[in-house]
Write a protein that binds this ligand. Structure first.
Ligand code: IPE
Ligand code: IPE
Ligand code: MG
Length: 247
């Protein structure tokens, strides 16, 4: 089936609102070609760019979140961590104008305290420059961990309680959700993980409660437009019960 036929088929049925991607497999992609892991990350950035452009141009769904760096990824060699931050900074500086013209609004999600200053600066500039855009809300999860996010909300709740602004009874599920760093985002409808591992690796936890999970062995640098459409088509074939009996 051609890409345009697949696109037409996927468009004919309800699409998710929020798709979140665990971009895994860059290292293995490089290793299979006898290349350094950094080359895998470079190709991975190109794959991300291609996908953002596709989703934005085709207006497939309004929220796209990319898991770029986990709180555990600090345990990698220092050179790799530095390379990843430099790569992201270059990506923001070189591609953002074009993405902004396509209507992309950038947000970042994660603990910014330990992110290098120059990357933080380019991120803030890009966030500011794109805040009026509304075709595609792109969130980069950077130094993000699902546990960090839940803990952040818990800390905020404690602080409010200490200030006398929150009672235990007032801390409902909805009130807690509003304290999460993801408060501005709808819960993901679909979480895609490339690279073949069937785990969340501390990505969205609270938010993933009713997400459809899609795992593909395709390594991230090979994940293209067709691969995304196949994931969307699989999503469209699933029944989401949300605990109810569907008759
Ligand atoms: C994902 O690819 C990129 C990041 C986690 C930043 P990996 O670097 O984890 O690639 P593999 O899993 O080693 O192949
Ligand atoms: C998940 O990939 C994190 C990101 C894609 C940013 P990892 O490669 O870090 O996950 P594990 O270590 O295999 O669980
Ligand atoms: Mg990995």
């Amino acid at each position: 089936m051609s890409l345009s036929d697949l696109l037409e088929e996927v468009r004919a049925r309800p699409l998710p609102r929020h798709v979140a991607l665990i971009m895994d497999g860059n290292g293995r992609w490089a290793k299979a070609r006898g290349l350094p892991r950094t080359e895998g990350h470079r190709q991975g950035a190109l794959a991300a760019e291609r996908l953002i452009r596709f989703v934005g141009n085709e207006k497939l769904f309004p929220y796209l979140t990319l898991f770029a760096f986990s709180t555990e990824n600090w345990n990698r060699p220092r050179e790799e961590v530095e390379f990843l931050f430099r790569l992201l900074e270059r990506f923001i500086r070189e591609k953002l104008r074009e993405l902004s013209e396509a209507g992309v609004r950038l947000s970042v999600l994660g603990d910014m305290a330990t992110i290098p200053r120059s990357l933080k600066r380019s991120l803030s500039e890009a966030i500011e420059a794109t805040k009026g855009n509304d075709t595609l809300h792109l969130t980069v999860a950077l130094n993000f961990g699902g546990r960090w996010a839940v803990l952040e909300a818990a800390r905020r709740a404690v602080a409010r309680a200490q200030a006398g602004e929150l009672s235990p009874e007032a801390l409902t599920e909805g009130a807690f959700r509003a304290l999460l760093p993801t408060a501005e985002l709808p819960d993901p409808d679909l979480i895609i993980r490339t690279g073949g591992h069937m785990r969340l690796s501390n990505f969205f936890l609270w938010e993933a409660a009713y997400a459809e999970l899609y795992f593909t062995p395709t390594l991230w640098p090979d994940f293209d437009e067709e691969a995304l459409l196949l994931a969307l088509r699989e999503f469209q074939g699933r029944t989401r019960n949300f605990g109810r009996v569907i008759t």
